[in-house]
Write a protein that binds this ligand. Structure first.
Ligand code: ARG
Length: 492
């Protein structure tokens, strides 16, 4: 048997069906590049610790760089995973006497955990940048629509006037927390399990700190049993992605509703719409509907990850191989959704006229009218609430006479006798003035929105810097790894 893994202990090879069932080669395309980095760093460390010779090190490094260049297609896909397939290719290139030494002091268990973390951290950095772009888009729309009055909803019923700026910032603040969660979890993703070997570490005098440093990890997953066993970092990131997708599905749902004929608040750019195969007039918000639907991928992946990890005994169990593809599925789906959402909202047309005219329908200014009664007439809010509630059964634009009539019924006096005037009522019923008055922190008043938008633009710059810092810290470390690799390759 030529299979470098099975030829010792096992006497037969799996048939095609068993092979397909047990192999992770398909999903391992995600970690191919990372695996070559792990091989390079491990080999460098083996040489420095004099576990392999300078010459062996140089040949292995050359071989790994060749494999990196050849790409995953060159690997034998009948192996059960990328690690053993890559090692077998190395042995093809440099011979077993040299290539067969690379795996000293290491197991696929610590190797795969390291590869997943390396790959995931890059995905997270890219995702964070995409989330930033979405925030920028939402904030740009907000800043152009500080005075765009629209109805705000509770229970999807007209509630109070607000602005599109206020609504867009609500979404962008949610996305900002989502980004924070990804950034926070990076701290627990970017730690290095390498050197844990199968689970009990190794009797070779390896240097875990050195491989950690070369691979740009911020710390070690120290306990070697924990290091190979845990996938809690996947669950954590999958949960963060689920939050993102839930927030995006909420935006998508609003886009679907807002682009309906009943609402007519927005029109999507044609690129994001589809039509009907039978009804020629249709313009459907399919992209938004798909975002709504695709949020289930994140939820499903999270559920799979959780249930795969539940009740697994220490340490490595092959079940873990089933966990990883869920992460990639979720990350790929989430990143695509974030990018599509940015493009879709950036290009939609906003129908300000409908928003403005709808902003008063359903007596949305009722709260302000009741508040005015409290402020001017000194009656308790609950009483004003009753008076306005009774008025709401009418036209929605009550006159002073109507108000006084109801007030008489409720409190036995008119409110005009307590100073309420027609002008005050008119002001209370004006949606623009309603919004202008809501100037408390976080409210929709244009001045407050300008402040909030400014602050959020600063936050975006800070977040972009934080992402850059992490990226360049990692990039510098990987560059050092390649410099060391180049240096050691020349020692022959
Ligand atoms: N393909 C495996 C995974 O994804 C790599 C580790 C295999 N380890 C083992 N002991 N069979 O988990």
């Amino acid at each position: 048997m030529s299979d470098i893994l099975r030829r010792g202990r096992l006497s037969s090879v799996p048939d095609e069906e068993i092979m397909k069932f047990t192999s992770s080669m398909d999903a391992d395309k995600w970690i191919f590049k990372a695996d070559t980095l792990v091989d390079l760093a491990h080999t460098v460390m083996l040489k420095e610790q004099q576990i392999i010779t300078d010459k062996e090190c140089a040949s292995i490094l050359d071989g790994i760089l060749t494999i990196r260049k050849e790409g995953i297609e060159k690997l034998d896909h009948t192996y059960e995973d990328i690690h053993i397939s890559l090692e077998s290719r190395l042995i093809d290139i440099v011979g077993e006497d040299i290539g067969g030494r690379m795996h000293s002091g290491r197991s696929r268990n610590d190797e795969v955990a390291t590869c997943i973390r390396l790959t995931l951290r890059n995905e997270m950095l890219d995702l964070m940048e995409e989330l930033l772009e979405l925030r920028r888009t939402l904030i740009d729309i907000a800043s152009e629509n500080v005075n765009t009055i629209m109805p705000g909803f509770t229970h999807l019923q007209h509630a109070q006037p607000t602005t599109l700026a206020h609504h867009m910032l609500a979404h962008s603040d949610a996305i900002s927390r989502d980004l924070g969660r990804v950034m926070d979890s990076l701290e627990r993703v970017n730690i290095c399990p390498l050197g844990a070997a199968a689970f009990a570490s190794t009797g070779f005098d390896i240097n875990r700190e050195r491989t950690r440093e070369l691979l740009g990890f911020d710390g070690l997953v120290e306990n070697s049993m924990d290091a190979v066993s845990t996938r809690d970092f996947l669950i954590e990131v999958a949960a963060a992605l689920t939050n993102i997708m839930i927030n995006l599905s909420r935006m998508a749902e609003e886009i679907v509703i807002w682009s309906s004929s009943e609402f007519d608040f927005i029109e999507l750019d044609d690129r994001y719409a589809s039509t009907s195969s039978i009804m020629p007039q249709k313009k459907n918000p399919d992209t938004a509907e798909l975002i709504r639907g695709k949020s289930s991928v994140a939820i499903g992946s999270l559920m799979s990850l959780i249930s795969i990890c539940k009740a697994l005994p220490m340490s490595y169990n092959r079940d873990l191989q089933e966990a990883t593809p869920n992460m990639w599925r979720s990350v790929e789906n989430t990143r695509a959704t974030v990018r599509i959402m940015s493009g879709m909202v950036a290009t939609m047309t906003i129908n300000e006229t409908t928003m403005a005219s709808q902003s008063i329908s359903g007596f949305t200014t009722a709260t302000e009218l009741a508040d005015t009664m409290v402020r001017v007439c000194g009656i308790p809010f609950r009483t004003a609430h009753q008076i306005v509630g009774m008025l709401a059964r009418g036209s929605g634009t009550p006159t002073l006479n109507e108000i006084d009539a109801v007030a008489h019924n409720v409190i036995g006096e008119s409110l005009s006798s307590h100073g309420l005037t027609e002008d005050m009522i008119k002001e209370a019923l004006d949606p623009v003035l309603n919004v202008r008055k809501r100037q408390v922190t976080g409210g929709p008043a244009p001045l407050e929105m300008e402040r909030a938008i400014g602050k959020r633009r600063e936050n975006i710059v800070e977040d972009a810097q934080d992402i850059d810092t992490v990226r360049s810290r990692i990039g510098t470390k990987i560059q050092v790894l390649f410099d060391v690799v180049d240096e050691y390759r020349s020692i022959k």
